[in-house]
Design a protein around this ligand. Structure first.
Ligand code: PMP
Length: 328
């Protein structure tokens, strides 16, 4: 039977075993390939849920404008849903995001405002502040605020979590996820821990982000914050949607290791995915001593490689960053 519109194709993504890339690890490693969502990322799930709940709560009204600060993937999901449901979209993003992500938002009819990365979240030029200002100035507008909107983890609690549990026959022992807003790790992690509290939930963080230090010491350390290259994960503040109580461990990955691993996934597995998938696999490799042959690990592959053609999949860019040796 056919789907009534593109939104009905969100979710039920495949789980695929990794082989060559993880042949040196004792555990079985599976990837939940979220690029099969129509917007090519996991964020379609929560974008639709945020809109549906806002409609129910009367926050988003017919003909309204959706305004959000997004690194691209949430925007893609929101823009798609907005087309089907008749809303306008204005997005603010940062100048460090791949050009492809901005282009794709514009291709879906959204207005995109690019803001500087290298300013505090409270700075009036930041992409958080600009989106809040636009929300105040635009009549009949609604800001989903994916960082503290409970619909974000709820989407993963209701769909991604159960899918993972079923696709592994309940045998999953470890979940490894890149953490940005925290929606994915908190929603999936809560579902899995409810099913089996022994399942380990590992978050992957970047150098330049506050998560790992906060988890381990309870301190929000501003000295941990500096600009980094890895896209989609790590933050310079603590989003309400990161549920630190269900995360067992954060592993930090360098920009270089994440970038190189992003390329390895496509070359060794034929799975063309983005930068945070590389970070997740690099983080998992760093944790290999904690794994046994009885373990069944699920890694989340958040988004598609096409969004990084100008960066991690571009040899000139990789050389410019000093990530490639000349002979590669
Ligand atoms: N990877 C990518 C590519 C993303 O766009 C995001 C969202 N910022 C994440 C990982 C992190 O997911 P979440 O926001 O659910 O923590």
């Amino acid at each position: 039977m056919w789907k009534k519109n593109i939104l009905e194709t969100i979710g039920n993504t495949p789980m695929v075993q990794l082989n060559q890339l993880v042949s040196h690890l004792p555990a079985t490693v599976l990837a939940k390939i979220e690029t099969f969502n129509p917007g090519n990322s996991i964020k379609d799930r929560m974008a639709l849920k945020m809109i549906e709940n806002a409609e129910k709560d009367g926050l988003l009204k017919p003909g309204g404008t959706i305004i959000e600060g997004t690194s691209g993937n949430t925007g893609m999901g929101l823009a798609m849903a907005a087309i089907i449901k008749g809303y306008k979209c204005i997005f603010t993003t940062t100048d460090k995001q791949s050009k492809e992500k901005v282009d794709v938002l514009r291709a879906l009819g959204a207005e995109v405002i690019v803001c500087p990365t290298d300013v505090d979240p409270e700075d009036p030029r930041s992409y958080y502040s600009v989106s809040s200002r636009l929300e105040n100035e635009t009549p009949n507008s609604w800001k989903p605020n994916q960082y503290d909107n409970p619909s974000n983890p709820q989407a993963h609690y209701e769909t991604t979590g159960p899918e993972i549990f079923e696709q592994t026959g309940g045998k999953i022992t470890h979940l490894v996820v890149g953490v940005g807003t925290g929606g994915a790790i908190s929603g999936i992690g809560k579902y899995l821990k409810n099913k089996n509290p022994n399942i380990k939930i590992w978050g992957v963080d970047t150098y330049g982000s506050v998560f790992k230090k906060y988890k381990e010491t309870g301190l929000f350390d501003k000295d941990e914050i500096y600009p980094y290259v890895t896209e989609g994960i790590g933050e310079d503040f603590l989003p309400a949607n990161v549920d630190f109580t269900i995360i067992d461990h954060f592993e930090k990955v360098t920009d270089k290791d994440a970038a190189l691993m992003t390329r390895e996934i496509s070359r060794k597995e034929g799975i063309f995915v983005g930068n945070s998938s590389g970070a997740v696999m690099a983080g998992l490799m760093q944790m290999s001593d904690s794994l046994t042959q009885n373990d069944l690990v699920v890694a989340i592959f958040h988004d598609h490689g096409s969004r990084y053609l100008g960066k991690m999949f571009n040899d000139d860019w990789m050389r410019m960053k000093g990530y490639l040796n000349e002979e590669v």
